[in-house]
Design a protein around this ligand. Structure first.
Ligand SMILES: C[S@@+](CC[C@H](N)C(=O)[O-])C[C@H]1O[C@@H](n2cnc3c(N)ncnc32)[C@H](O)[C@@H]1O
Length: 315
């Protein structure tokens, strides 16, 4: 088993269970949609042998640089793509790549991003309210707060943060603009929240849901995920596997339903009496329930605690 270590600033999650589900052979093509610091990719490279090819997407320039260095001895086997993984199918088709045996996604943030205060992802670190994975993308979290109407903010907090007090927080935020930093936003939410922050107990910090919602909006994460899962199913060769690790219920729901829908032979709406969808099953689900980290892994890497891994195989 390839060992990861956090000298690169990020501990790879569920590395043993991922490896147990790989069915890669020498010469295979594998796609890592979320290269991050290259921990999982390092393992895939071991499995695809000297003749294999790894296609690695990463939209964060600084993580990509670290991963490129880490994997440099295998650089002839890797195509690094410094873009959003939503371009998966186009990039694969443009390069006339076929026979893809793995599409892997380890969603969300790398620890390097959470820990860097200047990226603005964490309410525990003070920094500019940014939250862009890709610094080339146009809109920061600060701009979302300024440009979106109060009504739209309510929707964002409700849909992407499942925040009960969306209306209240949207109003308070609008009344207190400009909000320039993560600390200003976290303090404001906390001031008007009934839930005292308690990092040792079960209660989550009151700003958690608002930060999650803003990050999803800034990076258009759910739409991109849905779109890319559909593409992944198309590019996989028969017998190829789709492995997805997600970190919150909104992502997991999309992964679960997409996989499930792809096992069906009919996806017509319920009210349609005679099937006219011409759908045929494309996947077989290999994990009836999601695989989660052991207590031991969570003890060693608390950031793995919300991980859920689902795996399906292309028919
Ligand atoms: C959890 S980390 C991956 C860690 C990696 N598996 C490892 O072992 O080092 C997720 C990475 O995916 C990247 N990422 C997230 N969404 C992306 C997207 N839509 N396109 C490309 N990269 C993305 C993030 O920038 C981050 O570096």
């Amino acid at each position: 088993m390839a060992l990861t270590d956090n000298k690169y600033g990020h501990e790879s999650v569920l590395i043993g269970p991922v490896e147990n589900y790989l069915n890669l052979e020498n010469g295979d093509v594998a796609i890592d949609c979320t290269l991050g610091l290259g921990g999982h990719s390092e393992m895939f490279l071991d499995h695809i042998g000297s003749k294999g090819k790894l296609i690695a997407f990463e939209q964060d320039e600084s993580n990509l640089k670290i991963a490129e260095k880490r994997l440099s001895k295998n650089k002839n086997k890797i195509i690094f793509i410094p873009r959003n993984f939503v371009h998966l199918q186009q990039e694969i088709e443009d390069r006339k790549i076929s026979g893809v045996k793995l599409v892997f996604m380890d969603l969300g943030l790398a620890s390097t991003q959470v820990d860097a205060s200047d990226r603005g992802f964490s309410f525990l670190k003070d920094g500019p309210l940014d939250m862009r994975f890709d610094k080339r993308s146009p809109i920061t979290a600060k701009e979302v707060l300024e440009r979106c109407s109060e009504k739209r903010l309510v929707e964002i907090f409700r849909e992407y943060g499942e925040e009960r007090y969306s209306k209240k927080f949207a109003r308070i935020i609008k009344e207190n603009l400009p909000i320039n930093t993560t600390k200003e936003l976290a303090d404001l939410i906390q001031k008007y929240s009934h839930t005292p922050p308690n990092h040792r107990g079960k209660k989550i910090h009151p700003a958690t849901r608002i930060f999650q919602a803003l990050r999803i909006e800034v990076n258009n994460e759910l739409e991109v995920l849905q779109d890319t899962l559909n593409q992944a199913i198309k590019v996989l060769a028969p017998g190829g596997r789709l492995i997805v690790i997600s970190y919150h219920s909104l992502e997991d729901r999309i992964v679960k339903h997409t996989m499930k829908d792809s096992t069906r032979d009919c996806i017509c709406p319920r009210e349609v009496l005679i099937c006219n969808c011409n759908h045929s099953p494309e996947l077989k689900i290999l994990t009836k329930k999601p695989i989660v980290p052991t207590e031991e892994e969570i003890g060693m890497n608390p950031r793995s605690r919300s991980a859920k891994m689902r795996i399906a195989e292309k028919l």
